[in-house]
Design a protein around this ligand. Structure first.
Ligand SMILES: [Zn+2]
Length: 405
């Protein structure tokens, strides 16, 4: 019995191999041409859908699709930029252009990193808008509540409404004068509930004094939340690494550390946002060796990147290993180590709890995750599956990645 069944696997061979074999046997009955076509080889690469981890938490996260409260990341994002000052901290004369210019670099980041798929149009208020309350009535330094924050945004919109047209606005940006350092930081809400000029406004970011430390990239970080991305720094430092809020991704993504050396968005984020296409994603399966040639992540939005953006190797229904190529180009120009950046994505982990975690190629080194990328010529064994990932240099800064299950 077993011997007879053993003949069947030949049906799984590709057609050409089957024909060659029958010719070699030389005794094929004419009726053989009526045999059913051989089934697809069992080693067919999985569809990219197998790598598109479905969201397993509500709100901001790393699964697909992004939260339904997020604004579209493709198309035009129309922003109202309200410059506000206060009776107790009036803006200095002539300071409006500086405030506009600081945040403009963040909008430029979004346009560049999206490969032009997101077009940000910013309309600034005509000079400074005086808030109805002194700056001290908005307790940014004393535990700002959600109610305080939406009151601040609502006051800014009301103060500007006489001279500003909100009828076509997607997101409201409120930036406080540099003279009010007690407006300390820059939070975001995707749940505003204010109507102005007949438009229901739902998304807002307010920029405080920290923008002068971070630079305009704080706008790009906060806009990441507007578009549905999670925080990748840790809201609580790990017990084994006290005080290290950047233990998950270090400085390798803007959602992890605005001042990091490599603030390009992860390829995974770009895929979530629709900034790279499915055909730039190589989905590795559990039963066949998969290879890809990766362009630097900073080039993935180019009109013709020519090469793949990332390799994804699913570990479970919610987890996957991702490999991308980080080179000192674009916003990554200051990185200290280059090569294959490997990380895990978990679509069941919430914002601020480590939905993305970078694998350190040099665990225990003094540089933390700064030297995390795997250099060309090295390899890594995924500990839960035993899959071996190898990394080799290709031409023009590309990186050849092979996943061998
Ligand atoms: Zn954030």
């Amino acid at each position: 019995m077993k011997h007879q069944r053993a003949a069947r696997p030949s049906l799984a061979l590709p057609i050409a191999a089957f024909a060659a074999m029958t010719l070699a046997l030389g005794a094929v009955p004419a009726s053989a041409s009526a045999a059913p076509p051989p089934p697809a080889p069992p080693s067919a690469p999985p569809s990219v859908d197998a790598c598109r981890l479905p969201a397993a938490v509500g709100g901001l996260g790393s699964g697909f699709p992004v939260d339904d409260q997020a604004l579209p990341a493709v198309g035009t994002l129309k922003a109202a930029l309200l410059l506000v000052d206060f009776d107790d901290h009036p803006a200095s004369p002539g300071s409006a252009p500086e405030a506009v210019a600081n945040l403009a670099s963040g909008a430029e980041y979004l346009e560049r990193v999206s490969g032009g798929r997101l077009d940000v149009t910013t309309t600034a208020s005509d000079g400074w808008v005086r808030m109805p309350e002194p700056s001290t009535s908005y307790p940014f330094e004393r535990g700002l509540s959600y109610a305080d924050h939406v009151r601040y945004i609502g006051d800014a919109i009301a103060a500007a409404d006489d001279t500003f047209d909100f009828s076509d606005v997607d997101v409201v940006w409120v930036t406080a004068t540099k003279e009010a350092p007690n407006i300390t930081y820059s939070p975001t809400t995707n749940f505003l509930d204010v109507t102005a000029d007949g438009n229901h406004l739902t998304h807002a970011v307010t920029f405080g004094y920290d923008q002068w430390r971070w630079g305009g990239l704080v706008l790009a970080h906060e806009s990441g939340h507007t578009l549905g991305l999670p925080d990748l720094y840790l809201f609580e430092a790990p017990p084994e690494d006290p005080g290290n809020y950047h233990a998950a991704v270090g400085g390798w993504d803007l959602m992890g550390l605005i001042s990091g050396a490599g603030p390009e968005y992860f390829a995974w984020h770009r895929w979530q946002l629709g900034w790279i296409d499915d055909d730039q994603v190589v989905c590795a399966g559990p039963r066949r060796t998969t290879s890809a040639r990766l362009a630097p992540v900073a080039r993935s939005g180019d009109a013709s990147p020519g090469k793949d953006a990332m390799v994804v190797y699913p570990l479970s229904a919610t987890r996957a290993v991702v490999v991308e190529n980080r080179q000192p180009v674009g916003y990554d120009e200051g990185i200290g180590a280059r090569g294959a950046l490997v990380y895990t994505v978990d679509a069941s982990v919430r914002s601020g709890e480590g939905p993305v975690r970078v694998v350190d190629s040099t665990p225990g080194s003094a540089d933390g995750l700064d030297d995390a990328p795997f250099a060309a010529g090295s390899s890594w064994t995924e500990p839960t599956t035993g899959a071996v990932l190898t990394f080799r240099a290709g031409p023009a800064g590309t990186l050849k990645v092979t996943v061998k299950p």
